[in-house]
Design a protein around this ligand. Structure first.
Ligand code: S3P
Length: 450
């Protein structure tokens, strides 16, 4: 497994067109939250369509360690017998969140206002990522955190025995930080308020309401003011996890750049806090039809018909769109390489603290594939070469980052020469069926001896 096991290099090379139906797995953000909110409800939450990627499996293990009963009944079908807000037991061992920033940050939030101590760690990627953005607001509730230099894991969090509610304006546009504060607010008395200037994914707010919390969102001049009333009794739910738009991005982008492709990707979220990539691709000239709009699992979704688009043009991606497509910039930069003209991505410095420094990882890999790239701390600019004109022929470093691995494999599906990634194993964290699904569509993916 990623970060703990043997690297699995993989090569993608151009083959025929991609055809067929790409049924991508459940949404990662909603899957983590279904397990965590289920563990904090009183009684049995039933989940279908749960993403069974390693990130989510690690969160399931963590919820067990805090005393919830988490069972798998069949593919994607899970139940969580929750212990109620404030009902967590102190874990007997270190909580290993593997590769998952969402897992560790949300779980720190949900134990920080209960009188207990928990120690968190993760793989080599997660141990490099900043936790201060979460432990700073958690300390306002009365929790204490002791980690490595720079607020890195491993880290021990001592939950507040007598938590106080908090009013917190998010200094970064981060749904993980917002969610950690709301989760901590659940076991604090009174009202916890989070203010966000730029909208980020709103799954926590939607799901907290579904689980019966009293939560309001008010749009004001300072941004969205989210007010949560603490110490509710959360009611167990039946959660149908919709498909993950961030995973759908990979077959969608592959079909756009592989000549002759024509695929269907059903049930892709149109949630305005998640759909920035799709708006951007349409502005670039991508042929995407949004069919059969409807609601699934409480999310607006559509079926996407995606065809090869040989005339895409580079654009300036509006920086205010970044939070709604933050995980999609790596694969967008691949599509941008196959468009004509420059694609300018500004306001993207958050990419530097993801599973890897994604600006650096994409810039180095695209350069190795023969694409001209410019970057600064907060910007990535890709000089498009046009359909079919990206040379490829490189081995790209993945840095334990699933989205970097999938992005360069997509690149290899349309480049002149094959593209190899040095380690495809991190893909299992978010999209365990990627390899088989892409092969079924017609992609030529081959594992290589390490
Ligand atoms: C997520 C929030 C985003 C995103 C991550 C999932 C979530 O991170 O990159 O993949 O589920 O809340 P940030 O909140 O750090 O931007």
């Amino acid at each position: 497994m990623s970060g703990h096991g043997v690297a699995q290099p993989m090569t993608a090379r151009a083959a025929g067109p991609l055809r067929g139906v790409a049924e991508v797995p459940g949404d990662k953000s909603i899957s983590h939250r279904a397990l965590i909110f289920g563990a904090m409800a009183v009684g049995e939450t039933k989940i279908t369509g749960l993403l069974e990627g390693q990130d989510v499996l690690d969160t399931a293990t963590a919820m067990r360690a805090f005393g919830a009963e988490v069972l798998q009944h069949g593919p994607g079908a899970w139940s969580v017998h929750g212990v109620g807000v404030g009902g967590f037991a102190e874990p007997a061992d270190v909580i290993d969140c593997g590769n998952s920033g969402t897992g560790v940050r949300l779980i720190m939030g949900c134990m920080a206002t209960t009188a207990m101590t928990a120690t968190f760690t993760g793989d080599a990627s997660l141990r490099k990522r900043p936790m201060g953005r979460v432990t700073d607001p958690l300390s306002l509730f009365g929790a204490q955190a002791f980690g490595r230099k720079g607020g890195r894991l491993p880290m021990t969090v001592v939950g507040a025995a007598h938590p106080v509610p908090v009013r917190y304006a998010l200094p970064v546009a981060s749904a993980q930080v917002k969610s950690a504060v709301l989760l901590a607010g659940l076991n604090a008395p009174g009202q916890t308020v989070v203010i966000e200037r730029e909208p980020t994914r709103d799954h926590s707010e939607r799901m907290l309401l579904g689980f019966g919390a009293a939560l309001t969102v008010e749009k004001t001049a300072e941004g969205s003011v989210i007010t949560l009333t603490g110490q509710p009794e959360l009611r167990p739910q039946v959660v149908a996890v919709p498909r993950d738009p961030s995973s759908a991005a990979f077959p969608v982008c592959a079909a756009l750049i592989v000549p002759g492709s024509d695929i269907m990707v059903p049930g892709v979220s149109q949630n305005l806090t998640r759909n920035g990539l799709y708006l951007t691709l349409v502005e670039m000239g991508a042929e995407i039809e949004f069919l059969n709009p409807r609601e699934e699992g409480g999310e607006p979704v559509a079926d996407l018909r995606v065809r090869f688009s040989g005339n895409m043009k580079g654009i300036e991606v509006p920086p205010e769109r970044a939070p709604s497509m933050i995980d999609e910039y790596p694969v967008l930069s691949v599509v941008a390489s196959f468009a004509t003209g420059r694609t300018v991505m500004r306001g993207v410095k958050e990419l530097r603290v993801k599973e890897s420094d994604r600006i650096d990882a994409m810039a180095r890999g695209l350069e190795a594939c023969g694409v001209t790239v410019e970057e600064d701390e907060d910007t990535l600019i890709v000089h498009g070469m046009g359909a079919g004109a990206v040379p490829g022929g490189a081995t790209c470093a993945v840095h334990l980052d699933h989205r970097i691995a999938m992005s360069f494999l997509v690149c290899g599906m349309a480049a002149v020469r094959p593209v190899t990634v040095d380690d495809a194993s991190p893909i299992l964290t978010s999209f365990p069926v990627f390899e088989g699904l892409m092969r079924t569509l017609g992609a030529d993916l081959r594992r290589v001896e390490p």
